[in-house]
Design a binder for this molecule. Structure first.
Ligand code: ZN
Length: 474
């Protein structure tokens, strides 16, 4: 039977004699249309064209034909990570990028191991969803795919198999937060039992490197006393060793293919000091860890879905030091994790980083999806809000939040007209943000159906939101 369909005009492409396009059926489902060399695709023939479901197999076939649908390493380019928990946001992300016309290299496929676990998505699904979005819009620029917050060796393989190009190692489970306040004797005990053979150095060697004289960088002088060095070592020594282990694993599995590497210590209890940043960077680079991006834990609060909280002058003073260290090594960029909605600090970050920056966002695109839902499907939004209240205490674990759930109204207290305002409210944003796993589990299908029926509204919401994120870096 012949299907009625509309074509996404931006997707239409002729490549090496074969025509490709993305179409939408009357029921809202999307199909890949191929005319010409169709042998590697699976679908139904209709008027000489093959109508293919968006399966993983057809995604592989399409990547084999259109090489720009394969992610690549982005190196030191100014870059921006767009997480997409639902898998429908890429067209909106691309529309925002098109508007700012800046030289920002995007990461479209990016989801942390933690988020994948909560939602039950695989790295391959995240990759394929981003790819279909790219195909839909006709985007032809370079883009990356971030295997975010890899904590263990076992996390690596599914990302390698799915073709990820950017690997974020998060060794925070191996950071000793108590070392921040340990006395000298305890620091000596802790550093005595570090995995020295794996680190391939000695304490004497490190004392000679760091403590003989002040280390003068452009615009910054670092003073390592024995205590400062021991504290850095005790805090990050095991994390360094763990990073070496995972890097070796990634290298081995990628068998020579190029990749971007990030090390993130953003989810630690205390801010990363200038000396600690310098120490980590130097020790990684000395060991040939090809880190192109490093995420320190900055001073102040970086929380999900809301602006920076803290003293702006203090943030700027600390940022200046981190940027000076980053420019000194000239090998990696500063990475800003939980980077969404930090409107009060983007300009100062860009001024100091001078293009050497990666901003990582994740759940903020989900909140924009909820903004659309609050406007087009009040009953569903009410269900998601009330479920958020119910699940907040459980779901908030593993997140740093100041959210006061008692300040968020329940759906019974709100008129339909008032629902969208919650997306501009601090407490409501955090409550909705961290209960995404519960919401998608319970209402994911309805949510996706609403977004699919209101594609233009979702794109418009993402444009309005992300242009504000991207502009300061253009
Ligand atoms: Zn992070």
């Amino acid at each position: 039977m012949e299907q009625k369909m509309t074509t996404y005009k931006t997707s239409m492409i002729e490549h090496e004699g074969t025509h490709y396009a993305l179409v939408r059926l009357a029921n809202g489902e999307k199909r890949l249309l191929v005319e010409g060399e169709t042998a590697v695709f699976r679908g139904d023939l209709q008027n000489g064209k093959l109508l293919c479901p968006l399966t993983p197999e057809n995604a592989v076939a399409l990547r084999g034909r259109l090489p720009w649908l394969i992610p690549t390493p982005l190196g030191l380019l100014t870059s921006f990570g767009f997480g997409d928990r639902i898998g429908l946001a890429t067209p909106g992300h691309i529309a925002a990028l098109d508007i700012v016309e800046g030289h920002i290299a995007p990461i479209f496929a990016q989801q942390s191991v933690r988020e994948n676990t909560r939602i039950g998505r695989t790295p391959q699904q995240v990759m394929d969803d981003a790819m279909w979005g790219i195909f839909e819009t006709g985007w032809r620029g370079s883009w990356g795919a971030d295997a975010d917050h890899i904590k263990e060796i076992a996390h690596v393989a599914p990302f390698v198999q799915a073709g990820y190009t950017f690997y974020t190692i998060d060794p925070s489970d191996h950071v000793d937060n108590e070392a921040q306040t340990d006395d000298l004797q305890t620091l000596r005990q802790k550093t005595a039992v570090l995995p020295w053979s794996q680190l391939a150095t000695t304490l004497d060697e490190l004392l000679a490197t760091y403590c003989t004289a002040p280390i003068a960088l452009h615009g910054l002088t670092l003073h390592f006393t024995e205590e400062v060095l021991l504290r850095a070592l005790a805090k990050y020594g095991h994390a360094l060793a763990h990073t070496l282990t995972i890097t070796a694993e990634i290298r081995q599995q990628l068998t020579g293919r190029p990749f971007d590497l990030e090390m993130s210590v953003d989810e630690t209890d205390t801010p990363t000091s200038a000396e600690e940043h310098f120490f980590i960077a130097q020790e990684l680079l000395k060991r040939d860890v090809p880190v192109v991006s490093l995420a320190p834990r900055f001073v102040g609060k970086f929380q999900k879905g809301v602006d920076y909280m803290g003293d702006l002058a203090e943030f700027e003073a600390e940022l200046a030091k981190h940027a000076a260290i980053m420019h000194h090594f000239d090998a990696y960029k500063l990475s800003i994790h939980t980077g969404s909605d930090k409107f009060s600090i983007y300009r100062v970050i860009n001024r100091y980083a001078n293009g050497r920056v990666h901003v990582k966002t994740a759940g903020t695109s989900y909140l924009e999806a909820l903004r659309v839902i609050s406007q087009v499907d009040a009953p569903l939004f009410r269900q998601i809000l009330d479920l958020g209240h119910e699940r907040f205490e459980k779901d908030r674990k593993t997140y740093f939040l100041d959210c006061r759930p008692q300040n968020v109204p329940t759906s019974a207290q709100l008129s339909n007209e008032a629902l969208p305002d919650l997306l501009d409210d601090f407490d409501a944003r955090q409550l909705l943000h961290v209960t995404f796993g519960s919401a998608l589990d319970e209402y994911g299908d309805n949510l996706k159906a609403d977004l699919s029926n209101n594609e233009a509204a979702y794109v418009a919401a993402l444009i309005a939101h992300f242009v504000r994120h991207l502009q300061p870096f253009c």
